[in-house]
Design a protein around this ligand. Sequence first.
Ligand code: KMH
Ligand code: ZN
Length: 270
Amino acid sequence: MSTILTVATTGPIAMKPDNPHLPTQPEEIAAEVARAYGAGASVAHLHFRNEQDRPTADLDVAKRTIELIKERCDVLLQVSTGVGLDVEYDDRARLVELRPEMVTLNPCSMSFGAGEFSNPPRKVEALARRIQELGIRPELEIYDSGHLDACLRLRDAGLLDEPLQFSIVLGVRGGMAATHQNLVEMVRRLPADSIWQVIAIGRENLRLTAMGLALGGNARAGLEDTLYYRRGELATSSAALVARAADLVKALDGEVADVTSAAHQLRLER
Ligand code: KMH
Ligand code: ZN
């Protein structure tokens, strides 16, 4: 089976002063997604920003960004319902009404760096139900071991369809630390047929991405997860990080999934 690479160009936290190559406006995001697609990404994980570069769930900004991406390439689209720490949950949840092929679902509230990430249980259940009604594929973002248990409860309540799809998020302050022990333990605990990738935030990004690939997972790359290409050297694009992830896949004698193969593996109808 080939390996799915997801590009995450933007995210909720970093701003242009942190890395001037961070794309924030629709045209910038679309251009960067297209470059990453050329480097091997078959999925684009999307956050949107307003004109002041702040995270937004504005449907017009989202629609415009998606249109611009679709003009440039046929990458699979995954819209973040995490959006940003200061954005109201109901506004975040409304993004699913755009009916992208995939969305993220964050199962639990947590501290997130210096902020708070609010995901109240009843709201998460309602969002999971709506995602299921719309036939959208959810990617489950698990930042801690109890978040996996919360997802399994949603599955047992009939709100998530198998195979479950996970991002194991390591290195957010408030969640699991970015250690190989945490990664191995989480992979061990996933239901057997799960689809999964590592999201390693910060300086352990490369090492844990490589380890996730070696353990049989998919991979995500981009400035949302690390602003650096290597220690002390800012990344000049998400596409460069995707290209390096593609090189890792090939070095491990694997094959990078094209969109058709990724859609098939992710059970997406195209
Ligand atoms: N920003 C990452 C730590 C989401 O957008 O819903 C996790 C993430 C989740 O990408
Ligand atoms: Zn995200």
